[in-house]
Design a binder for this molecule. Sequence first.
Ligand code: F6R
Length: 607
Amino acid sequence: MCGIIGYCGPKPAAELLVEGLRRLEYRGYDSAGICVRTGGKLVVHKKKGKIKDLRDHVPEGLDGETGIGHTRWATHGEVNDTNAHPHLDVTGRVAIVHNGIIENFDALREKLEDDGYVFVSETDSEVIVHLIASLYDGDLERAVKQAVMLLKGTYGIVAMHQDEPGKLVGARNGSPLVLGIGDHEMFLASDVTAIIAHTKQVIYIEDGEVVSVTADNYQTSDLKNRAVDKKVEFISWELEEIEKEGYAHYMEKEIIEQPDSILRAMQGRLDHEYATGHLGGLNMSRQELLSVERVKIIAAGTSYYAGMVGAYVLESVARIPATAELASELRYRNPIVEPNTVYFAVSQSGETADTLYAMRELQRKGARVLGICNVVGSTIPRESDGGVYIHSGPEIAVASTKAFTSQITAFYLFALMMARMRHLGIEAGARMIEQIESLPRLVEEVLRRKETLIPIARKYAHADDVLFLGRGINYPVALEGALKLKEISYIHAEGYSAAEIKHGPIALINEVTPSVFLIPDDGLRDKVLSNLKEVKARKGRVIALAVDGDDEVGRIADDVFWVPKASELLYPYLMVIPLQLFAYYVALELGRNVDQPRNLAKSVTVE
Ligand code: F6R
């Protein structure tokens, strides 16, 4: 969603800010802007559209050593130049950028308008700049603190004042803000990708904290003016990881990276001697792990489907009752927190508002919530009671791919560990380790066959609707396949349990609607094949993902993508990757913006 960058230092700020905004493009946005202090005045340039539109609009050689920039993903007010950030107060002396949503903006706006403040935009954010201006008495930091105390809602804010050159003030409540410490220069950003080209030393600002920054100094404090000591952390991501490295799209790169990203998720976490999983960050003693009687998983979107796979694996391998639920739904149904239950909050970004708020609600009720996250230092892992980093590396494409396979890897490791503490013998544990370790090789084999999907994707790219059908552990994979296709190709797609189609969706089958069937050689293979035949009997077109040597499927389906034979629990990996590629190739054929599909944001930080 919206992105923020701020800069204090000797370099020309405008260029650096625009470049930082380019690195935030992946989050999803519809307009962008910058403000720099030049010639003693604040100058704003903002534009609806892409960063290149902003770049064309900013005068070449624009001077200025301090500045703020923003990519906006509209929530209040339409997408236009005026509603884009930064916002200036009426005198043009204060500028702010804001991520989040101000819930009491109507009341604040009314009051400010009564006091003579003139609003030019329709945004909730504009109240912040007028509030700061109305409270300013020569100290920006104080005015920001007083202003944010009047706000209800979420914010990550960076403010600057014309009369305080070389200074930025940031504040956070619910929307991420990170301070980057450079060599005689400082950065404020919503996300480390904006600043990684300049520094790897960062401080994560927490809710209720304010940071005051100059090129050589920073101070962090709370809203009661008490100094807060912060730890400087080191970002391990490399700049190359956020570059495309010759691939046409980030999505393609991230799909292809999966043998490595899956390996990273398991590295150092398999204990061969005792044939078990080893997850150091759970912060749970052996006794506590042994007393777990139930696992509940909360997440959104792709992470939710990974959670469904995880629940299946936990039940079948560890024999622990496990369920996955949409975080957005759990939060508002007054969930019952029972003893001996452990919760997992699964999130690639670690910032998804629905998941974060559900996690906080559970924690308030006394639950232990562990995170399964990718972005190190993001809010969910920091606020969770422990957890697992999946170490996928930056996922830049809006559509999530490599995070899914690493999230499920984390569940496989946890299931192995829990099973070994219960009924699973050392030999069975060793066999499971062997299977998990075979994953990078099997995934590589699937990727080697990717070209065979291109003609299939082309053939079906103009369909209006596509069904994705799977069962058992591959049912959530079918849901994920449908999500991927609709997200990036805009084709209407639905995922169902193959068993469910006769309860309704089969009415959609006709000569033109394709169905994608997931047919691993597991205990449900024959059942799924019967469902496939039901579709064929109604003249439906069928694309099958089937296992090498399954000639019967080869004879019946219109098109087949073949996956290598593997043990039953591994098929979600071997099935989801062709579905990611299918969506990718269809979107390419249709000329879609693969990495930044319309209306979507990478990190959904609003409810
Ligand atoms: C799908 C997708 C979204 C995210 C969802 C949760 O491709 O990107 O559905 O999976 O918004 O995001 P995280 O995992 O960051 O919590």
